[in-house]
Design a protein around this ligand. Structure first.
Ligand code: NAP
Length: 142
């Protein structure tokens, strides 16, 4: 299996790289190697490497700065993910995207179901909240 990891320099990306099972041909890319907001480079890379699965751990995670950097936050956490899913759908690659539990308000005492209404309380969470809807739509339309 060929797997591509985006945002591989971050905490989650680093852990996924170090725990990759044997037999997986891994293409791990840090932001310096591939910026996911650069759609043309992203498409070219996916086309070249033909991954079976793309693990997206690239994210804008600076919660405190997100109010001042709204556009960048939305570009990375929402728009770029939608584009990634469209590119992957055309290349017949699966995408695994990691969002954040900040999209829920955290007040529930019981486990959170995927279908529950999102109540994002920070700018970063608001940018991440449309991602699953956006990526679901993109995957269906290709
Ligand atoms: N860590 C956890 O326990 C955990 C748990 C649940 C969900 N998550 C989710 O998993 C994702 C990653 O979390 P993390 O903890 O690994 O965060 P992190 O350590 O901040 O890593 C994010 C990585 O994304 C990179 N990045 C930012 N903008 C990028 C861009 N435009 N193109 C490519 N890469 C870009 C960052 O690069 P720079 O450092 O150069 O900015 C950084 O290496 C987030 O969505 C988070 O909500 C994480």
């Amino acid at each position: 299996m060929r797997a591509m990891i985006l945002g591989a320099g971050g905490m989650l990306g680093h852990d996924l790289v170090s725990s990759a099972p044997e037999g997986v041909e891994l293409h791990a890319l840090t932001r310096a190697e591939l910026d996911i907001t650069d759609t043309a480079s992203l498409a070219a890379r996916v086309s070249d490497e033909k991954p079976d699965v793309i693990l997206n751990t690239a994210a804008y995670t600076a919660v405190d700065r997100a109010e001042a950097e709204r556009d960048l936050c939305f570009r990375v956490n929402a728009e770029a993910v939608g584009e990634l899913v469209r590119i992957a759908a055309r290349a017949r690659a699966r995408v695994v995207h990691f969002s954040t539990d900040y999209v829920f308000n955290g007040r529930r005492a019981s486990p959170t179901r995927r279908t529950i209404r999102r109540i994002p309380s920070t700018r970063m969470a608001r940018a991440s909240s449309p991602v699953s809807r956006r990526s679901g739509r993109a995957a269906r339309t290709g």
